[in-house]
Design a protein around this ligand. Structure first.
Ligand code: UD1
Ligand code: CA
Length: 462
């Protein structure tokens, strides 16, 4: 049986009050719509149509070619938006799952249960409902004397009595595709809001077709995100869920409520995460690593037994047993070799280091390839930028770079080199050399008194 899905993501998300369209807004640094598409994909849907409109290019940029797009020029409501998928899906048989682009917590298992229930019940339309202690903001499910669903009423159209109903419309439906588009065309504009409500399909199909409901117990799975308060709430659910599952797999978390781990992050057992740590994007952390406190990693690959404290790591790799921080910053493809030490106030950008290399304090390493056993003294800098262009530095194995050294790129420092502290090195240094590039010191005897007056001793007291 063929499975189709329509995901509505054309709306502006006015209640968000953000520039970014709602469905592109991130939950744990990942756009809401991506969660939905991922889960729909993994539940075996063949044909995914995302309805876009407002700032459609933002959504298209996120999803690329993994889905097909239907365009809703004007945002005239959820019924109108669904109809935009007609050109793509009109000839499809089988079941169409309809979802909203603002339900980021929906998971594969829930989708599969909805589809199974739709099949077993032989419904033509299954409306997915849930019982919310606080139903405000959601459409309410109206049932007849026999307990059958007869309509969905939006909150703003509810009578006082209907407002008290706790069973809500999740905005998820499974429908026989053969009836979908002709039903959508029968929806009339809501006189108050001027929109075409998708929810009206219940009234329209009732009587003629088999309409039923499927009640979801895990309420948070179907929560709709309409404003930034709901974004924070959704993030909290997801964060707690991810942290719990990691802890059960042997990841130790100190103060887990201050730790945020993204949805696609992989962390092995025997890892310790300290407070105020955020690991997101496509990051992995291997066994034995200790991360945090106060650390942010996005798209980082952290190998075994690495220790990272008070540091920022973006799009970078750290190999076995290296220690990073406190207050280090690795970015833009930094590749730190094994057994390195990258310490206090060291920035590494688009550079690689071999095994056993150290930059313990106050260094900048940019556009550099460094070998093994290199020591960057305190304050050493690869001067990669001449005001117009970036240049490369190459450093061999077993090099000692004295404190406060400037390596003016492009430059090559070969193996077994010693650079004297305070040097500004402008020329390549051949293997085995000692390079000294600074002025020789002059001591002028007895001259200081011309420049400084000695302070009176004993605080000036007699
Ligand atoms: C909708 C349902 C409501 C349900 C709730 C569940 C309707 C009329 N109401 O209300 O019954 O309880 O979801 O969360 O369906 N969209 C478009 N084009 C439009 C309008 C909306 O693509 O013209 C998209 C939005 O981008 C959004 C989704 O549809 O992703 C839902 O729209 P929203 O305005 O949030 O609907 P709710 O008021 O939450
Ligand atoms: Ca909504």
């Amino acid at each position: 049986m063929r499975l189709n899905a329509i995901i509505l993501a054309a709306g502006k998300g006015t209640r968000m009050k953000t520039k970014l369209p709602k469905c592109a807004f991130p939950i744990l640094k990942k756009p809401m719509i991506e969660y939905i598409v991922e889960n729909v994909e993994s539940s075996g849907v063949d044909n995914i149509v995302v309805v876009v409109g407002h700032k459609h290019e933002v959504i298209e940029n996120i999803l690329g070619e993994r889905v097909r797009y239907a365009y809703q020029e004007q945002q005239l409501g959820t019924g109108h938006a669904t109809l935009a998928a007609e050109d793509i899906l009109q000839d499809e048989k089988g079941t169409t799952l309809m979802l909203l682009g603002d339900m980021p917590l929906i998971d594969e298992e829930t989708i599969e249960r909805i589809l199974a229930s739709h099949q077993q019940s032989e419904n033509d339309l299954t409306v997915v409902t849930a019982n919310f202690e606080d139903p405000s903001g959601y459409g309410r499910i109206i049932r007849d004397d026999y307990g059958r669903i007869s309509a969905i009423v939006e909150e703003r159209d509810c009578t006082e009595k209907q407002c008290d109903i706790k069973e809500i419309n999740t905005g998820l439906y499974a429908i026989n595709n053969t009836y979908l588009f002709k039903t959508l065309k029968k929806i009339e504009r809501n006189p108050q809001k001027g929109e075409y409500y998708l929810t009206d399909i219940v009234k329209i199909m009732n009587g003629e077709y088999r309409v039923g409901t499927f009640n979801i117990r895990d309420n948070h799975r179907v929560m709709g995100v309409n404003d930034l308060v709901a974004v924070a709430r959704a993030e909290k659910y997801l964060r707690d869920e991810i942290n719990e599952s990691l802890m059960l797999n042997g990841v130790s978390m100190i103060n887990p409520e201050t730790i945020t781990i993204g949805h696609n992050v992989r962390i092995e057992g025997n890892v310790t995460i300290n407070p105020n740590t955020t690991i997101t994007g496509n990051s992995t952390v291997s066994e034995g690593a200790v991360v945090g406190p106060n650390t942010e990693i996005h798209n980082g690959v952290i190998h075994r037994d690495v220790h990272i404290h008070h540091s920022l790591i973006y799009d970078s790799v750290v190999h076995e047993r290296s220690t990073i921080g406190p207050f280090a910053h690795l970015r833009n493809n930094a590749d730190i070799g094994r057994d390195n030490r990258i310490g206090n106030f060291v920035e590494v950008k688009k550079s690689s280091t071999g095994a056993n290399t150290k930059a313990s304090h106050l260094a900048y390493i940019g556009d550099t390839v460094t070998g093994e056993n290199v020591n960057f003294g305190c304050g050493s800098i690869t001067v990669n930028y001449d005001g117009k262009e970036k240049h490369k530095t190459t450093i061999g194995d077993d090099v000692f770079i004295g404190c406060n050294t400037n390596l003016i790129a492009p430059i090559m420092i070969e193996d077994n080199v010693f650079i004297a502290a305070g040097s500004t090195v402008t020329e390549n240094v051949p293997s085995g050399s000692l390079a000294i590039a600074r002025n020789r010191q002059i001591n002028k005897a007895d001259y200081a008194k011309n420049l400084i007056k000695p302070k009176p001793k004993n605080n000036g007291l007699k």
